[in-house]
Design a protein around this ligand. Structure first.
Ligand SMILES: [Zn+2]
Length: 309
């Protein structure tokens, strides 16, 4: 039973929108690729856990705080006998292990996930004590990518490699088959309620409305901002030739604007500038009036979400 689903990754979605309108620094681009890859790996693992008996409890993507220390858990599995903490890694390529450190073949060292997971495990145990809940805790680092290979991997570690996943899950299935108690469920719900939601804007590169490249992003998601406004009702992407209804394209673009700039007001002038490709301001005004409520404030009039009736 899923007690806390993984939810959406707002930070990743913001990155997606932003990089269409701004050429990111290499470091930000790498950070985005890393986040996206990690997220895909976690989603894959979610599907695997869904195959377990329904008697166990699953909490995905938890950010918790104990004694002022924050720690994050990719997936937590509560079974009647044990609690499992999973750290999911989606690295691919060849790596080697030496003196408790992890290196890429280029010699570049990457963070050893065992350190990360032992910190999480220790903080999680403190949390168990605080909440007066008793259970065995076990943690595992799952390398989910079939293209990952670790040379000199120690025989006894908390690593689970892709080739071992099938057997690992079979074992889990047996553990997960005993029904959890009402206490377990209460405990899981308590944990879910303690989850801290991070501000998704905090780690994004800094950007301003002025510096971003304007234009409606292609509705097919080809990453192009160069659409053509050739007739009354549709827009055509110059790159992939995708044709989209003008109204839906404009509304998507307004949504994107609010997403990237939640503190800014939706005004006719701002949206006209933001959409760029739409020749007629009147068209934008019509579409905004139809889909939003206008707050009249003279020249500073702005649009807000329609009140749900
Ligand atoms: Zn396109």
């Amino acid at each position: 039973m899923i007690i806390k689903p993984r939810g959406e990754n707002i930070e990743l979605e913001l990155f997606h929108s932003l990089r269409v309108h701004k050429k990111l620094e290499v470091e930000d681009e790498n950070n985005f690729a890393y986040l996206e890859k990690g997220w895909l790996g976690e989603k894959q693992f979610d599907l695997l856990l869904l195959g377990l008996p329904n008697e166990c409890l699953i909490l995905n993507n938890l950010l918790l705080k104990v004694n002022n220390s924050l720690f994050q858990i990719d997936s937590l599995l509560i079974t009647q006998k044990k609690i499992y903490i999973f750290e999911i890694k989606n690295n691919e390529g060849d790596y080697f292990f030496k003196n408790d450190r992890l290196y890429m073949f280029t010699g570049k060292e990457i963070k050893n996930p065992l350190n990360q997971i032992s910190r999480s495990e220790s903080l999680f145990r403190q949390l168990l004590q605080d909440l007066r809940f008793n259970s065995i805790v076990e943690s595992q680092v799952v390398f989910i990518n079939p293209e990952f290979f670790l040379y000199e991997a120690p025989v006894k570690t908390q690593f689970v490699f892709h080739a071992q996943l099938g057997r690992f899950l079979k074992k889990l299935e047996i553990t997960a088959a005993s029904k959890v108690s009402a206490d377990h469920i209460r405990f899981a719900e308590k944990l879910a309620s303690m989850h801290i939601t991070e501000n998704p804007y905090s780690r994004l590169p800094i950007y301003t409305f002025e510096e971003l490249e304007k234009g409606i992003a292609c509705g097919r998601g080809c990453g192009c901002l160069d659409l053509e406004d050739t007739n009354r009702h549709t827009l055509i992407c110059k790159k992939c030739k995708f044709i989209e209804d003008k109204e839906s394209a404009i509304l998507r673009s307004v949504g994107e604007f609010s997403f990237l700039f939640p503190e800014k007001r939706i005004t006719l002038d701002v949206i006209y500038t933001w959409c760029k490709v739409i020749k007629s301001k009147r068209t934008i005004q019509k579409i905004l009036s139809k889909n939003y409520d206008l707050v009249l404030l003279g020249r500073g009039s702005y649009y807000v979400e329609k009140e749900k009736k």
